[in-house]
Ligand binder design. Sequence first.
Ligand code: KIV
Length: 283
Amino acid sequence: MERRLTAFDIQKIKRSGRKIVMVTAYDYTSARLADSVGVDIILVGDSASMVMMGKKDTRLLTIDEMIVFCKSASSGVKHAMLVGDMPFMSYQVSIEEAVRNAGRLVKEGTVDAVKIEGGKEYADTVRAIVRAGIPVMGHIGLTPQKASMESGYRLRGKKAEDANLIIQDAIELQNAGAFSIVLEFTTCEVGKILSEMLSIPVIGIGSGPFCDGQVLVFHDLVGLYEDSPPFSKKYIDAAAMIKEALSRYKEEVINNLFPSDNYYWKMEPEEYGRLLRMLERKG
Ligand code: KIV
């Protein structure tokens, strides 16, 4: 039977020199599609807050909502490692609460690992969750949950001091037991230094080609979300294709072209005749 990749498998891919492929997906259908082409990691990201719920930022997603998205995605994943994002305020209040909520994502959301935004300030939290037996992925560089406190959604690591802060965060996370790190929207030099320096994989998003792997959001890469960040590549314009299909459906219904012969079923003429006679008798 096929089994999902583990933290150990993901680290082995880095050692083999092959790039790691990760996709953010939030539901059964999209996770199943991503899994079917063999991506290595599927992240149920807190970007679901905007992409799936139309909210203004990632902070508005609750742990209960995240669990529903995780369960849904999990049903579609056989091969990839499934990682659940820890929502804003599910790990900040105390280490105990962080471990409890990470446990909920694993037990109720059936994910294989959790992701936490933040650097050295969360090293003890990462250590405690790993001690509980749950693999943790770090997330540094641009951390959207803190965007309103920091420099907004801006490129990180332009100045040596800032780049160094990010590198020190990554080292602390590796020392705390994180099995990999997402590096969001930094200069490519930070991605290169970290991928070479750390033994754990560095998965970049907007952080250049030298990272050990890349992550994009499903809806961004297929063109389903209208507010994509500048670093995400649109591989197809699914929104245009879906709108075209919906418009054709609308026209066909209005003009009585759908359903055509292939899409409806008739009674046998004899049965139909019997039915009409039954109705006549009653009338
Ligand atoms: O929430 C998310 O989708 C993420 C990825 C962009 C890494 O955190």
